[in-house]
Design a protein around this ligand. Structure first.
Ligand code: SF4
Ligand code: FES
Length: 373
């Protein structure tokens, strides 16, 4: 048994690897979960290193690679990377804003063997979408991208990140996904990490509106069975129990940052004292098994009360370590999203107060400013 593995008897391979190929992105979404300190282009891994990472992921037993960012198509080698991942036998998922993908690039991606595209929308109409994405003309480009995807017969997921400014559009997002021919719609309530945490006061919805949005999705699901699958990420601050973040720390997934840092989740770097190994220096197999960061909160041995004796500890794995740090000041604490956390009532009150105050002060995600800052 690996150190820190708790009740895990053998270390199963990760199901997927999420590669943040770059932090460059044309959009400026305030709900972005990327870190406030973005990585510069000069630090990005080169093509050959990413290819080796894909080979190692497949050899380790991973099934999927999520090509993400930032905007992954900002990489000039995105077609070569997609081709290599597909040739390794990985299911390739492009997570994109759709901006900057013309017919030629799209044709290259299809020919390279891309399996799936996940397209973000920031609003369900032009004005909301372009305002929240901080990019004039994004709406038209996204729709054009969706048309290319469905024409090519590649499965399309529409990813709608919702928060106070667009939560009233849940029904319109469902209509949009149907109109675009998506097979799946992800209604993802903003998770407060990185830029989203910095913008929480401007994004936090009220409980009543949140419940209404959840009700609309639940009512739509049976009506659209067989046409559109609707996934929903529920908002943590109003939850009774936390999500099993990243499927459980070091349990299902590996995130690799643009510069090659291998992490159990996208926000793990916010936790001080964790030692991250880099794919430049070590194989993914070595990182998965022995990296101090992956073993820090793997399994259940690290838990304290109330998680230690809780019957849900192998369902949600104590929630999110990064959120525990952000809200409780201690990454080993019970996630305050859990009703058993002594801080739970306080974060609910904070959320309600922020929703009520209705701040409109937004700090737009800015690559340039983040690099300079
Ligand atoms: Fe999950 Fe811990 Fe809450 Fe139990 S006490 S539900 S294990 S976060
Ligand atoms: Fe890091 Fe949840 S985002 S554990």
């Amino acid at each position: 048994m690996k150190k820190g593995a708790g009740s895990m008897t053998a270390l199963a391979p990760p199901i997927g690897v999420l590669v943040e190929l770059t932090h460059r992105c044309p959009l400026g979404c305030p709900h972005c979960s990327n870190p406030l300190k973005l990585e510069p282009p000069a630090a990005e891994l080169d093509t050959e290193t990413w290819k080796r990472v894909f080979e190692e992921a497949a050899a380790l037993g991973a099934l999927h690679v999520h090509l993400s960012g930032g905007e992954p198509t900002a990489r000039r080698d995105i077609v070569a990377l997609t081709r290599h991942a597909a040739q390794c036998g990985l299911y390739t998922n492009l997570i994109t804003s759709g901006i900057g993908v013309g017919e030629r690039l799209w044709g290259g991606l299809v020919e390279a063997g891309l399996d799936h595209a996940q397209l973000s929308f920031q609003g369900a109409d032009e004005g909301t979408n372009d305002r929240l994405g901080h990019y004039d003309g994004a709406w038209a480009k996204k729709r054009a991208f969706a048309a290319m995807v469905t024409t090519a017969g590649v499965p399309l997921t529409v990813n709608a990140v919702v928060s106070r400014p667009n939560l009233h559009q849940v029904s319109a997002f469902i209509d949009l996904a149907l109109e675009l021919g998506a097979r799946r719609l992800e209604v993802a309530h903003t998770q407060y990490y990185g830029w989203a945490l910095a913008n929480r006061a401007a994004l936090m919805p009220a409980l009543k509106e949140t419940e209404e949005a959840i009700r609309l999705v639940e009512a739509a699901r049976p009506k659209l069975a067989g046409r559109l699958v609707i996934d929903m990420v529920v908002p943590d601050y109003y939850a009774r129990y936390p999500k099993p973040c990243a499927g459980g720390w070091g349990r299902l997934a590996i995130n690799v940052s643009p510069s090659g840092k291998a992490m159990p989740c996208h926000a793990a770097e916010t936790i001080p004292g964790l030692e991250f190994w880099n794919v430049r220096d070590r194989s993914l197999a070595e990182i998965w098994a022995d990296s101090p960061a992956f073993n820090a909160f793997r399994g259940t041995d690290w838990m304290r009360e109330p998680c230690r004796t809780c019957d849900r500890k192998e369902i949600d794995f104590g929630g999110c370590r990064c959120q525990a740090l952000a809200l409780a000041g201690d990454a080993a604490a019970t996630d305050p999203a859990c009703s058993k956390s002594p801080l739970h009532a306080r974060i609910g009150r904070t959320a309600a107060a922020e929703a009520e105050a209705g701040s409109e002060a937004i700090r737009w995600r800015s690559y340039k400013a983040a690099l300079e800052g």
